[in-house]
Design a protein around this ligand. Structure first.
Ligand SMILES: [Mn+2]
Length: 384
C-alpha cells in the first residue's frame, strides 16, 4: 500500500497578532499556501493536529475564509482530518468547538475515536484539560480504547494528538509511556517549532509545529515555518519538510546604548528582509539599556521614516538604572515604592515580574498621550 498525505498543525486562523488585520491575513496566506501544496502534490488527504483556529469563537469573516479553503480541497477531492487544540476546543460547558461548524463543509473531526478511510484507520484525541489528564492519569487509557475499537486491526493506523509532552514542556506527559503499541504514525500539534520525525518503537512520531509565529522568541527565531509531506510506501514513512514562503519576516535587534548603531543595524536587517520577502517585517527591539528610552527610539523611527518600511515595532527595554534603584529602595525600605507594595498581594512570581516590567515601561513616558500611542502600537504589553 502507498499513501501520500500532508501533516499540518497550529494554523491559528483568525489571530490578529499585535491587534493587526495584516497579521490575521498572514495566517491565512500560509494556510492557503499549504492548501496549494496539497492540491499541487495531489495528496490523498491532510492531517491537521489542532489549533486550526486561534480562538473557539472565530469571527464570521474568519469562518467564511476557512470554508472557502475547505471548498478548494473538496473540489480537488482531498479530505482533511482534524482534532481541536487548546485554542479552539471551546470550553465544553459554554460552547462547542468551531470545527463542528466546519464538519458541515467537509472537515472530518476526529475528537476521540477513529474514522476508516480507504483502508486506513485515522484516529485523533483532542486537547484535554489538565483536570481530565489528571483524572485519567495521562492519556493512555483513551488511546487504548481507540485501538480496541479499531475497525481493522491490520490496517495502517495514523493518530493525531494535541498535548504537552516532555522534553518540550517541563513536567508534562511522557510520550513513550502514554502511547500503546499499535499506531504506525503520530502527528503531534501544540509545540510550535517543527521537528524532524523520529522512531519510537515501531511508531513514526512527528511534531508538526505551527505555520506562522504566534509568539516570537529566541527559541523560535532560527527555525523555519512549514508543513510536512509524508509518503508511506513499503511499510516506511518517507518525509519532506516544505517551508512556507508567505510567512511574515521577523527581525530581532539587540538594543544597546547607541542610537546610531541601532539605525545602522535596522537599515541592514531591513535590506536583508526585503531580499527574501515582499512583506514588511515585524521588528523586535530588545535590550538592557542605561541611556536611551522608548521615546528616543520612537523619535528615531519617526525621523527616519522606518514606520513606512516596517509593519510593526515591538520594543521591550530593560533599564539597568531603574532596576538598580528598585533594588536599593527595596533594601533600605525607607519609603515603600509601588513595586514593594505590589509584592504583598501578587503571589504569582511571573505575574509580579510582568506587572513590574509594565510599570517600568510606562514610567519612561512623559505624557498620557505618549503612553496611549505606545499602547496602541504594542497592545500585547498587557498580555499575561
Ligand atoms: Mn498552538
Amino acid at each position: 500500500m502507498s499513501v501520500k498525505f500532508l501533516q499540518i498543525s497550529d494554523t491559528h486562523l483568525g489571530y490578529n497578532q499585535y491587534g493587526l488585520k495584516e497579521r490575521g491575513e498572514d495566517f491565512f496566506d500560509v494556510f492557503k499556501e499549504a492548501i496549494d501544496i496539497a492540491i499541487d502534490e495531489k495528496v490523498d488527504f491532510i492531517l491537521h493536529s489542532g489549533d486550526f483556529f486561534h480562538t473557539s469563537r472565530p469571527s464570521n469573516e474568519v469562518l467564511l475564509n476557512a470554508i472557502d479553503q475547505l471548498k478548494r480541497l473538496k473540489e480537488a477531492n482531498i479530505p482533511i482530518f482534524a482534532i481541536s487544540g487548546n485554542h479552539d476546543r471551546g470550553n465544553q460547558v459554554r460552547d462547542i468547538s468551531p470545527l463542528k461548524i466546519l464538519e458541515n463543509f467537509g472537515l472530518n473531526l476526529v475528537e476521540n475515536g477513529s474514522l476508516y478511510y480507504e483502508g486506513i484507520v485515522i484516529s485523533g484525541l483532542k486537547y484535554l484539560s489538565k483536570v481530565a489528564i489528571r483524572e485519567h492519569k495521562g492519556i493512555k487509557d483513551f488511546l487504548e480504547k481507540i485501538l480496541e475499537k479499531s475497525p481493522d486491526k491490520n490496517a495502517l493506523h495514523l493518530l493525531m494528538l494535541h498535548a504537552e509532552f516532555e522534553p518540550f514542556f517541563p513536567n508534562s506527559l511522557n510520550l513513550n509511556k502514554e502511547v500503546p503499541e499499535g499506531f504506525d504514525y503520530i502527528g503531534i500539534g501544540h509545540y510550535h517549532i517543527p521537528q524532524k520525525p523520529f522512531l519510537m518503537g515501531n511508531t513514526t512520531v512527528l511534531y508538526a509545529g505551527s505555520t506562522e509565529f504566534t509568539a516570537y522568541n529566541e527559541k523560535e527565531e532560527n527555525y523555519p515555518k512549514g508543513i510536512h509531506l509524508i509518503n508511506y510506501q513499503d511499510k516506511e514513512f518517507d518525509y519532506k519538510f516544505l517551508e512556507l514562503k508567505r510567512k511574515r519576516p521577523f527581525i530581532r535587534i539587540n538594543v544597546e546604548d547607541n542610537l546610531e548603531k541601532l539605525e545602522k543595524d535596522l537599515k541592514e536587517k531591513l535590506e536583508e528582509s526585503y531580499e527574501i520577502s515582499d512583506k514588511k517585517p515585524v521588528v523586535i527591539l530588545k535590550g538592557n539599556v542605561k541611556n536611551i528610552s522608548y521615546k528616543d527610539i520612537y523619535t528615531l523611527i519617526e525621523a527616519k521614516n522606518f514606520n513606512e518600511k516596517v509593519l510593526h515595532f515591538n520594543i521591550s527595554l530593560t533599564n539597568i538604572f531603574e532596576t538598580e534603584s528598585l533594588v536599593e529602595s527595596l533594601s533600605d525600605n525607607k519609603e515603600e515604592p509601588i513595586e514593594y507594595k505590589l509584592k504583598e498581594f501578587l503571589d504569582d512570581e511571573n505575574l509580579y515580574n510582568h506587572v513590574i516590567d509594565v510599570i517600568a515601561t510606562l514610567k519612561t513616558f512623559d505624557t498620557t498621550d505618549e503612553v496611549k500611542k505606545y499602547l496602541k502600537e504594542n497592545p500585547n504589553l498587557l498580555d499575561i
